[in-house]
Structure formats: C-alpha cells, structure tokens
Ligand binder design. Structure first.
Ligand SMILES: Cc1cc2nc3c(=O)[nH]c(=O)nc-3n(C[C@H](O)[C@H](O)[C@H](O)COP(=O)(O)O)c2cc1C
Length: 363
C-alpha cells in the first residue's frame, strides 16, 4: 500500500494542532472544566458500545446524505459552535463556514465569533448556517444579535442552555491563558461597541443567568426561526424544551467545559431519544472523533452529530483545507461503517446495530 505521509485521522490532526498552537491556546481549545472527567468521558462513552454488522445486504451504493429540520445535508455531521476560531487560525470562522458549505453541510456559528455573521455568510454562500445564541442580560442586545443573524441569512437559532455561569477552566489558570486584543467578538462589537479584551469574568456578564423556560416564548417571537436547545442532558429537560416549542435538541455537555462529572453526551442520548420520540429531532455532540462514533450516535437515535474540537484541530493545522479534510475523513469513515453495517444510508441505522460492549461498566 502506498505510504501516506500526512494526517489520516482526527487524532493526527489533534497532534498537528498541538504543534501549531502555543501551549495556552491549545489548552483553551482542548481543555474542560475541573479535572476534565467529562471531557474524557465524552470520548470514552463510545467505547461502551460495539457495532452489530449485518451482511449480504446490497451496499453497492452508500450515501451519507440525510436531512436535519427538513434541510438536505450531505452528511449527518455539522460543525459545533466554537468561540474565538481566529485564535486557532487567521481564517477562523470563515474557513469553517467555507469548508462546511463546500461539502454540503451546516455550519453553526458561535455568539463568540471573531468573524462577523456577514463575513461568514459570504463564505458559506448557498450553504446552510445556524446561529448559536448566548442570551444577553439586556433583551435589547439579544434582539440585536438575532437581527444580525437573520440579516446574514442564518436559518436557525441554537440557544445554548448550559452556560448560566462559566465552568471552572483550570488549564487556563495554569497556563495564564488570555484572549489577545487582536480578536474582536464581532457580534457583540456591533451590538454593544468594542468590548476590549474579554476575560472569563467579563464573558460571564454577556450571558443571563436568570433565564428560564418561560423566556423561550419571547425568543420564538423575536427569532422568527426554528429554535434548537443545545446543552440538554436529561429526558426531563428535553421534554421541557419540546413543550416550549423547540424544534430540536442538542444533547451536549459543552464538550465537558461546564459541569465536570456531568454525564457523557452519548450516555444521555438514549433517555432523551426515548422521551422525545418523534416530537423533535435529537442531535448530539461531545467526543466524536471517528465515523464509527457518528454511526453509534445515529444508531442510538441521533439525527446528526456536531463536532467541535475535531474541526478546530483541522483549522489550526491547515486552515480551510484542514477543516475540509477533517469533515471528509469523518464522512468517509462513516461511509465505510455504513457499508460494513449493511446500511445504504444513515436512515438505515437503528438500535439493532449496537450492543453494549461486553464487560461494560454499568452507568
Ligand atoms: C474551545 C471551545 C469553545 C466553545 N465555544 C462554544 C460557544 O461559543 N458556544 C457553544 O454553544 N458551545 C461552545 N463550545 C461547545 C461546543 O459547541 C461543543 O458542544 C463541544 O465542543 C462538543 O464536543 P467536542 O469538542 O468533543 O466535539 C465550545 C467548545 C470548545 C472546545
């Protein structure tokens, strides 16, 4: 076989990213809350499952294409909202949006974007884009943020519900991580004027800790777009999200960056899927590093997954080309997994395709 010199999987990209970034910046992207139990648990949770392949099924043509909220996408893999992407690479969010659009999937832009929604829209062109919202304590500001997203053609609002306060990031304390003044939070700069250097303390003032489910009514009126609740880890909250009009739910623990020891996203997925049924679409993120991880999440009932760090590693290593390659790697790994599972498309996956790993510890 021809020897391949470059990166061939997401782990390779993680190593390249670590080489490309200084210690504090890499630590900001890689790290999580407290002892980082949940960061590790998100990845480890996939190891609690094994795939059950079916054979002698016609897999002459296999496609990764699917739909999310009625939108056709080329693969059930969407980019997670990640703050400060220009810190990973000068092309930042623009590179991620361009790569996602080129490959036919959705980009989700963080409220903490260092590129403007208009720049991202230009890079995405016809590509679908979602806007992740951190609800500001001043409703006027939240309204202005939503207006920016709507004007730039974003087609859904992803309301992050797991950050009423910022999780304790010990890596950042140890490395003395600071956001440099070159990175402007574009959405807030338009809504509030330049904030200067944003510290973890001042970032916390940008999110309303008093928000409750009742406030979603106002959001629906203002947004005029589908609303997706991101950061749900229990059946109870998933049902509340659906009862309050959310069109989809992202089962997520913020990549282990908020409540350390919170349940791994994949472990929370089945109870959310069982509770919600077909009342809303269920997405998940956290720990996805392989196409087989995507297959397990889909078999457990996710419509699609979002990927955070894997995309950042591609971005840090090689800009737009790196993001594109990471998404292609995940898609191609998924395609092989689908064929070997006897499925010609993601819709063919179900619970019969997974089994608990033998000796799996009880959750
Ligand atoms: C460096 C970093 C910044 C993040 N910023 C945001 C953000 O601004 N808004 C948000 O909703 N989630 C944010 N997240 C969480 C991601 O959207 C996602 O839930 C998480 O990264 C998924 O886990 P994974 O990195 O293992 O794929 C961030 C995650 C990381 C690693």
């Amino acid at each position: 076989m021809e020897r391949r010199e470059g990166p061939i999987n997401v782990w390779d990209y993680e190593r390249l990213a670590e080489e490309a970034l200084d210690e504090a910046t890499f630590g900001y992207f890689a790290g999580g809350a407290g002892d980082e139990h949940t960061v590790r648990a998100n990845v480890a949770a996939f190891d609690n499952w094994r795939l059950r392949p079916r054979v002698l099924v016609d897999v002459g043509e296999v496609s990764a294409a699917t739909t999310v909220l009625g939108t056709d996408i080329s693969m059930p893999i969407i980019t997670s909202p990640v703050a400060y992407q220009r810190m990973a690479h000068p092309e930042g969010e623009v590179a991620v949006a361009g790569a996602a659009a080129e490959l036919g999937t959705i980009v989700c832009l963080s409220s903490f974007t260092t590129s403007s929604p208009a720049e991202v829209a230009e890079a995405a062109g016809e590509g679908r884009r979602w806007f992740q919202l951190y609800w500001h304590p001043d409703r006027g500001v939240t309204k202005e943020m939503l207006a920016q997203a709507r004007e730039a053609g974003f087609s859904a609002v992803v309301l992050t519900v797991d950050l009423p306060v910022l999780g304790p990031r010990e890596r950042d304390l140890r490395t003395g991580f600071e956001v440099k003044s070159d990175y402007r939070l574009e959405v807030y700069a338009s809504a509030l004027g330049d904030l200067g250097v944003v510290t973890p303390k001042s970032a916390a003032t940008l999110v309303d800790p008093t928000l409750t489910w009742r406030d979603l009514e106002w959001l629906h009126e203002q947004a005029g777009l589908p609303v997706i609740a991101k950061g749900i880890l229990t059946a109870e909250d998933a049902l509340l999200a659906v009862d309050h009009g959310c069109d989809a739910v992202v089962v997520s623990n913020h990549g282990g960056r908020q409540l350390d020891r919170a349940v791994a996203s994949l472990d929370a997925l089945p109870e959310v899927v069982d509770a919600v049924g077909d009342r809303a679409e269920i997405l998940m993120d956290g720990g996805v590093r392989r196409g087989t991880d995507v297959a397990i999440a889909l078999a457990l009932g996710a419509r699609a997954v979002l990927v955070g760090r894997a995309v950042v590693w591609g971005l840090a290593a090689r800009g737009s080309d790196g993001v594109k390659h990471v998404l292609e790697l995940l898609r191609d790994e998924l395609l092989v997994a689908l064929a070997l599972l006897g499925c010609s498309s993601p819709d063919g996956l179900g619970r019969s395709h997974v089994a608990p790993a033998v000796g799996r510890r009880e959750q």
